[in-house]
Design a protein around this ligand. Structure first.
Ligand SMILES: NC(=O)c1ccc[n+]([C@@H]2O[C@H](COP(=O)([O-])OP(=O)(O)OC[C@H]3O[C@@H](n4cnc5c(N)ncnc54)[C@H](O)[C@@H]3O)[C@@H](O)[C@H]2O)c1
Length: 337
């Protein structure tokens, strides 16, 4: 049985990936420092749920090379999928040092410690943010990389670290995945669908940055889990880079109307200036991933909004029960699907 260590395995994508791997008879070790970028309790909850499905949970930091090496050896890991990061394009404009340290030094540690521990392949999570402004669409793997945020720069540096490893150590396999805006249940609280659904459900105003006509290639997290699994296990993924999206582009305004439909709420929208670190459009060319990996994204953005809304309601209810609020008041806010 293959054993895969997933750094950042207690986070949003990590939770779904760990579950996806466990369902396919892969042994999973979650390695996560439960950072306080957002509520660590949410991450502990994710970890406890995958632990029940058979995952081993290790609280560890990618900046701590000794603990990482000890874990890889003790758990007899074969492969590593590296998701741990300081995410957030806008956050990186406020705290660039943190994004650069965790994403660059952390990824260098993951690559070098993995190689020293004879890991056969490391899959690195980069980001579509490495591309910066769109020059042509859909964007294939050869699209110029000119990031316009510190986060994007930190991910470009991780790609360059991988390129150096490929040059120096040809026998050490690496694969780069560039996720496009990932959506689904347990999404990070700083991301659009989480904010849109939470505010819709509590009848609060929603701030839309820009005119809402900007587009994203919204990728259901279950498709993303499939891509990471294929990248870690298919021989054709060796030393390749893949853009992973849905292969569609949908405007923010269209997504807001989906949120209104799923939550059964009228939205109160307020438009504000677009952040200079955000790009206008993203749209992945996924033909290489389809051809080499057999990547087959089936789940949609609409499915993801439904999944997130269901998750939000469950969370909201358990919190309300804990604070002894009237359940009849809560019941009146359940959307009719
Ligand atoms: N969510 C997206 O739309 C998206 C898009 C492109 C790329 N990505 C990349 O995918 C990966 C996962 O993103 P996510 O959205 O699941 O974020 P997330 O914040 O939910 O998950 C990241 C996890 O890494 C952990 N972590 C942070 N610093 C760590 C450290 N020093 N040592 C060990 N663990 C640490 C966190 O505790 C967290 O559980 C990241 O590399 C991110 O940059 C995400």
């Amino acid at each position: 049985m293959t054993t895969i260590l997933v750094t950042g395995g207690a986070g949003f994508i990590g939770y779904h990936l760990a579950k996806y791997l466990l369902e396919r008879d892969v042994k999973v070790v979650v390695y996560d420092n439960f950072s306080d970028y957002y509520t660590p309790q949410l991450k502990w909850k994710n970890a406890q749920e995958v632990e029940k499905l058979g995952a081993t949970i290790v609280e560890g930091d990618i900046l701590d090379k000794k603990t990482l090496a000890r874990t890889l050896e003790k758990e007899n890991c074969d492969r590593v999928i590296h998701l741990a990061a300081q995410p957030g394009v806008r956050y990186s404009t406020i705290n660039p040092d943190k994004s650069l340290r965790i994403n660059v030094e952390g990824t260098s540690n993951v690559l070098n410690v993995s190689r020293e521990c004879n890991i056969s392949r490391v899959v690195i999570s980069s980001s579509s943010s490495v591309f910066g402004p769109t020059i042509f669409m859909p964007m294939n793997e050869g699209h110029p990389r000119n990031p316009i945020s510190f986060y994007g720069v930190s991910k470009l540096a991780t790609e360059n670290l991988v390129a150096v490893c490929r040059h120096l150590y040809p026998e050490f396999e690496t694969t780069i995945i560039r996720p496009y805006t990932v959506v689904g249940s347990r999404q990070r609280p700083d991301m659009a669908i989480n904010i849109f659904v939470s505010k819709a459900m509590t009848d609060e105003p929603i701030t839309v940055f820009g005119d809402g006509k900007q587009t994203r290639d919204w990728t259901n997290v279950e498709n993303m889990a499939q891509a990471f699994h294929l990248a870690a296990t298919k021989s054709a993924a060796k030393n390749e880079n893949f853009n992973i999206g849905a292969g569609t582009r949908i405007s923010v305004n269209r997504v807001l109307s989906m949120v209104s439909e799923v939550t059964n709420r009228e939205l109160h929208l307020e438009y504000a200036e677009m952040n200079r670190a955000d790009v206008r459009d993203t749209f992945a060319d996924i033909s290489k991933a389809k051809r080499l990996l057999g990547y087959d994204p089936k789940k949609t953005i609409f499915d993801a909004i439904e999944d997130f809304t269901e998750y939000w309601i469950t969370q909201h209810y358990s919190n309300q029960l804990l604070t002894n609020e009237s359940s009849s008041q809560a019941a009146s806010s359940i959307p009719v699907k």
